[in-house]
Design a protein around this ligand. Structure first.
Ligand code: S3P
Length: 436
């Protein structure tokens, strides 16, 4: 049931805050656990609707999942090439685009088996041809509704390695092909024009899979099994970004964020914020770092006046889930903020360009939609407020809440319940930082 919530202009956010576990890494950790022969303990697994969909799908495939109260999940895998089970062959991905695009990489390499994947109303609008094309080139077939939408059936086959140039900078597509590459004869190379989040690559290295990354060419070779022990999931910078945006916008705020993932492929938002002259003190991982671990650390944020900025298209994949927040910050900043090269935003849980432009305009922002981004103009004063529809998109629901706290008249968010897709504790965490 959809829940509406009002967020009034607030006093400052103050204190120490630890974001929930990283969604992207949680999905991948569970998948790698299911593909392992030995049990894998995942510490700090994200408790959210999306990551529960992953655990349920993996259970349907025969993996054992034991959750404890401390937030750890023990996954008893079936091995890479196991004769996977499936209840009725139907796998429900819920609202999760990441599960829908990554899991088929593994399923495609199971000869003679077939599974149908489906999800909610929003997932049925999201394209899967971006994964069916490379999987078909490797030898599998994917039959999708109208050739490109869920529900779709993955027919597993004996795969052959390919070289695949990514037509879009997408970590989901890259990861799908790399997972299939572990099951394909020979080696598989993914060529990426611009870097995107590299959590799959780090896990491949951790799992001792033959893997090389050089100048945008990522090569994985066929393996019989993977070896993994414990995986520790850091705090999610994309979830933390909402609290950081609130602390930046609400006068008098100062928040120290601890236990946050600092992986350079996820932290472009904080670099953009620094450019907008926000007061952020952080030591982010250096761009270009290749590692098999996920760095963790602290950032210190205080409120202050912001200046408009231009987001470079090369930054887009590295801040893809935070770009709607850049629009919000731009509406409070002095000058123009421009985002280009972000047409991918139209294919997320909602058309995030149309939704954020329409939503912020309704709150009083001077913002225009372009084909692949938006232009927002501010004079440094707060947004008026009003009503914003989440369109069932978790990130827009949380953006509406932040807008309300920083606005002059408050914001009513329609469909606040969507936040539970990635961050069920969002409202509680926000209120805990608001001084009484
Ligand atoms: C994700 C990759 C991004 C991102 C999504 C999570 C991932 O999607 O928007 O929220 O975990 O790989 P694309 O790879 O399609 O850009």
């Amino acid at each position: 049931m959809s829940t509406d919530r009002r967020f009034e202009p607030s006093g400052p956010l103050q204190g120490t805050y630890t974001p929930p576990a990283d969604k992207s890494i949680s999905h991948r950790a569970a998948l790698f656990g299911a593909m392992s022969d030995e049990p894998v303990v995942i510490r700090n697994y994200l408790q959210s609707a999306d990551t529960q969909s992953t655990l349920s799908a993996l259970q349907s495939l025969g993996a054992g999942v034991e959750e404890d109260r401390a937030g750890s999940v023990l996954v008893r895998g079936v091995g890479l090439h196991a004769p996977l089970e499936a209840t009725g062959g139907l796998l429900d991905v819920g609202n999760s685009g990441t599960l829908m695009r990554l899991l088929p990489g593994w399923l495609a390499g199971q000869p003679g088996r077939a599974w149908t994947l489906d999800g909610d109303e929003s997932i049925r609008r999201r394209p899967v041809d971006r994964i069916s094309e490379p999987l078909a080139a490797m030898g599998a077939t994917v039959d999708a509704r109208e050739g490109r939408f869920p529900p779709f059936t993955v027919n597993g086959a004996a795969l052959a390695g390919i070289e695949y140039e990514l037509p879009v900078a997408s970590a989901q597509v890259k990861s799908c092909v790399l997972l299939a590459g572990m099951l394909a004869d020979g080696s598989t190379t993914v060529v990426e024009a611009a870097p995107s989040r590299d959590h799959t690559e780090r896990l491949l290295r951790r799992a001792r899979v033959p893997f090389e990354a050089e100048k945008g060419r990522l090569t994985v070779s066929q393996v019989d099994e993977i070896e993994l022990d414990e995986i520790v999931v850091p705090g999610d910078p994309s979830s933390a970004a909402f609290i950081v945006a609130a602390a930046t916008l609400v006068a008098g705020s100062r928040v120290v964020v601890t236990g946050m993932g600092l992986n350079w492929t996820r932290t472009a938002f904080f670099r953009i914020l620094e450019r907008m002259k926000a007061v952020v003190v952080c030591e982010l991982e250096e761009p270009g770092t290749e590692s098999d671990t996920e760095p963790l650390g602290e950032i210190d944020v205080a409120s202050g006046p912001l200046e408009g900025t231009e987001v470079d298209p090369a930054e887009v994949p590295l801040a893809i889930d935070e770009l709607t927040l850049v629009a919000l910050l731009g509406a409070f900043a002095d000058g123009e903020t421009v985002v280009t090269g972000a047409a991918e935003l139209r294919l997320k849980e909602s058309d995030r360009i149309a939704a954020v432009v329409g939503g912020l305009r309704g709150l009083g922002a001077d913002i225009e939609e372009t084909g692949d981004g938006f232009v927002v103009r501010g004079d440094g004063s707060p947004l008026r407020g009003g009503t914003i529809d989440s369109h069932g998109d978790h990130r827009l629901a949380m953006l509406g809440a932040v807008a309300g706290l920083a606005s002059s008249e408050g914001v009513e968010v329609l469909g606040m319940d969507a936040a539970a897709v990635s961050y069920p504790g969002f409202e509680a965490d926000l209120r805990a930082l608001l001084a009484p």
